[in-house]
Design a protein around this ligand. Structure first.
Ligand SMILES: Cc1cc2nc3c(=O)[nH]c(=O)nc-3n(C[C@H](O)[C@H](O)[C@H](O)COP(=O)(O)OP(=O)(O)OC[C@H]3O[C@@H](n4cnc5c(N)ncnc54)[C@H](O)[C@@H]3O)c2cc1C
Length: 388
């Protein structure tokens, strides 16, 4: 059975490998000239590393990734709010949590795609999906088209043509904050152990995720109107102003930030939808269930999609429409919970009422972090053959 995958992001490349592993004929169509690295880095939590192991690339990833040990939360003036023990999470789920630069993750996925002899067509910008007779055809900007047996839309959160065909609406929802993101390299060892730092302010948050003793990716977020990225203000100056006086590592980062090594992105997600397929077209990854970065699970859920999709197609090789229905049924509850969880956490973090933020911080100090970790392990393992 031949499958055309639209988009060479995490979901598209991982699905290409997983579907090829079960003997399907796969081609990938990517609108850009190369594989793209939106975002500076990712924590591959244990549900993600389980899938990476099934795809045969966990060992390779481990050579460039960092084994994160804990996540320390603190206020913007470094008052401790509590620490999540990531080693306990890993022990409960049976796989490691690894921090990795996005460029390394994408390179390793791409190398595996190439090793599997899966063709990637670059500069192939899908402009629409239309029904012709019994099945659908993908139209590209250069006038060409393809009519495979199955079309998998892994074409991201912002303007998915697959989502447009399936739901008639692909508009993402702006969630009221922007993130500056980047990678910072110190000229000395600054992380004795790979502890994630998560600083909370009023309407602002700064996260630092080490991938080695001297390198970290980071994200600084502030509440902002949707017009923030299109106004004329000096964004690097705003970044520095927003995090002035925060802990010293934040200072190191924002004062060496420049337009050349920093990106600012506005954060959108999608309302959960119950149906992810129509005719012979389905959507996966951010196209189907984009969650905010505050969920910490966007890439992990894209990877899980690849694993589940291959299992459902393998179980029903002669009935792909039913396989797509079963896939959606298995995936939608978990991903909907993650979208809503990401939104709730974001509204807590980026609320600009000082009293509400003080209450949030007191609640964080009283949190039972061992129970929180146990809940994360249960939720993130759901549906997978991992964990207790
Ligand atoms: C700032 C930021 C930080 C994040 N941090 C984390 C994190 O720490 N951990 C985590 O797990 N997740 C994180 N995420 C979420 C994560 O990046 C996504 O959930 C994940 O990459 C989803 O992958 P995807 O393949 O579905 O979509 P994408 O990565 O968006 O890939 C979509 C691909 O489709 C291509 N495409 C789009 N339209 C077309 C078209 N019409 N024709 C052909 N190709 C097309 C695009 O060029 C792109 O290559 C973050 C997201 C953001 C925005």
């Amino acid at each position: 059975m031949d499958v055309a995958i639209l988009g060479a992001g995490v979901a598209g490349l991982a699905s290409a490998i997983a579907l090829k592993q079960i003997g399907m004929t796969v081609s990938v169509f990517e609108r850009r000239g190369t594989v793209h690295n939106l975002g500076a880095g990712i924590v591959c939590w244990p549900n993600a590393t389980f899938v990476l192991s099934e795809l045969g690339i966990l060992d390779e990833l481990s050579t460039v990734a960092g084994g994160v040990t804990s996540m320390r939360r603190a206020t913007h003036n470094d008052i401790a709010l509590g620490t999540l023990n990531i080693r306990d999470l890993d022990a409960a789920m049976g796989f490691p949590s690894l921090s990795v630069l996005r460029e390394d993750l994408m390179r390793i996925l791409l190398e595996q795609v190439e090793q599997c002899d899966i063709p990637i067509h670059y500069a192939a910008h899908a402009t629409g999906v239309e029904r012709v007779g019994d099945a659908c055809r993908v139209q590209f900007a250069d006038g060409s088209s393809v009519s495979p047996r199955i079309i998998v839309g892994a074409d991201g959160r912002m303007n998915s043509v697959a989502r447009q065909y399936i739901t008639n609406d692909n508009q993402p929802v702006y969630q009221g904050f922007v993130n500056w993101i980047g990678i910072h390299r110190w000229d000395k060892c600054v992380f004795d152990c790979l502890e994630i730092r998560d600083y909370w302010g009023v309407g602002a948050r700064f996260g630092i995720v080490p991938v080695s003793s001297d390198t970290a990716y980071w994200a600084g977020g502030i509440a902002a109107p949707e017009s923030f990225l299109t106004n004329d203000s000096n964004q690097i100056a705003q970044l520095r102003q927003s995090f002035r006086g925060w802990p010293s590592q934040v200072g190191d980062i924002v004062f060496s930030a420049a337009n050349s090594n920093t990106k600012c992105v506005a954060l959108y997600d999608h309302d959960p939808v119950p149906c992810w397929h129509r005719d012979n077209v389905m959507m996966i990854g951010d196209a189907a269930h984009a969650a905010l970065p505050t969920s910490g699970q966007g890439a992990a859920q894209a990877l899980e999609d690849a694993w589940f999709l291959a299992r459902e197609f393998a179980a029903l090789p002669n009935d792909p429409e039913n396989a797509m229905a079963r896939f959606t049924e298995r995936r939608s509850k978990k991903t909907s919970g993650i979208i809503i969880g990401g939104r709730n956490f974001a509204s807590n973090l980026f609320g600009s009422d000082a009293e509400a933020c003080a209450l949030r911080d007191r609640n964080a100090q009283q949190t039972d972090y061992a129970s929180l970790v146990a809940g994360m392990a249960t939720g993130w393992s759901a549906g997978l053959p991992i964990g207790g």
